[in-house]
Design a protein around this ligand. Sequence first.
Ligand SMILES: [Zn+2]
Length: 323
Amino acid sequence: MATVETVKGPVAVEDLGPTLMHEHVFVLSTEHVQNYGEGSWWDEEAEVANAVAKLNELAATGIKTIVDPTVWGIGRYIPRIQRIASQVSVNIIVATGLYVYEELPHQYAYRGPGLLLDIPEPMVADFSGDIRTGIAGTGVKAAFLKCVVEAQGLVPAVERINRAVARTSVETGAPITVHTSSPAQSGRLALDLFRKEGVDLTKVVVGHAGDSNDLDYLMELADTGAILGMDRFGLDVFNPTANRVATIVSLVERGYADRIVLSHDASCFIDYYGGMHHLVGETMPNWNYLHIGNDVLPALRAAGVSEEQINQMMVDNPRRYFS
Ligand SMILES: [Zn+2]
C-alpha cells in the first residue's frame, strides 16, 4: 500500500482521512524572531502549547491530516514541529522548496550551473535530500515541494526555483504546491513551466486559486489535470467566504469536484504583525483552522454540494495527490 511521509513517519495514504491541504503551524522567520521576537513578543513554550491545543481542537472536529507548506523563506524549523507533532494525533505533512517572490537567497546566487561555483543545480540536491533522506538531520522527510509564482511572474530567480522544483518532482515523484497570484492569474505561468519540464500536472496544487472567482481561468487550470487550491478560507481580505463558496459550487456543478482541495492557509502564529500579533484574530476573525468545518461545509451543503463531493475534496483528492 502506498504511504506518505509525515512528521512522525510514514502513514498509509488510505489513513490520511479528512485533510486540510494548506495550513501552516508557524510562519516565523528565524532572523526576525532571533533579533526582535525573543525577549519580546515570542514565547517559545507558550506558543508550542498553544499550537498543541489548536491542533487537538482541530482533530476533535474530525480532521485527520494537515499539509504544511512552510519552507525556507517563511520559517521552516522542523525540531519545533516535531515537538508539537509528538503531542497531537493529527498527521502533519511537511514540505521542501523555497518561498521567494523576486530574489534568490544569496546562498544560491553564486552556486549553480554557469555561476561562480559552476556546479549542478544545488537546489535540486537540497530538495531531493529533504525528500529522500530527511530534513537537517531530524529524520523527518518532506512529502511534497513548494514554490511561488507571484504577480511579478517568472522573473529569473523565480524561474530558476520553479525549474529546480519541477526537476525534483520529476526525479522523486513528489507532488508540488505552487503559491500563485489569482489577480495576476500566475497559475497559468506555473503550469506551463511545469508541463515543459515534464511534471505530472495531476500532482500539482495551484495554491490560492480560490482567491479568484473567474470560472474561465479556474477551469482552464483544472482542465490541465491540476488541482485547484481553494485554500485561503478566512482570508476575506483577498476574497470573502460567500464568494469562495459560490465559486466552488459553480465548479462542482460543472464536474470539477475531483480537482478541488480545501484549506485556510492559517497558522497558530504568524510573525507578519510582529509585536502586534494579537491583532491577527481581530483583523481576520475567520482565519483559523475551524472555519471550514464550522461555516464553509455547512454553506456548501446548503448550496447543494453532496457529502460524496465534499468527501472527494477533503479525502479522495488529497489521497490521490500523495499516492
Ligand atoms: Zn501558505
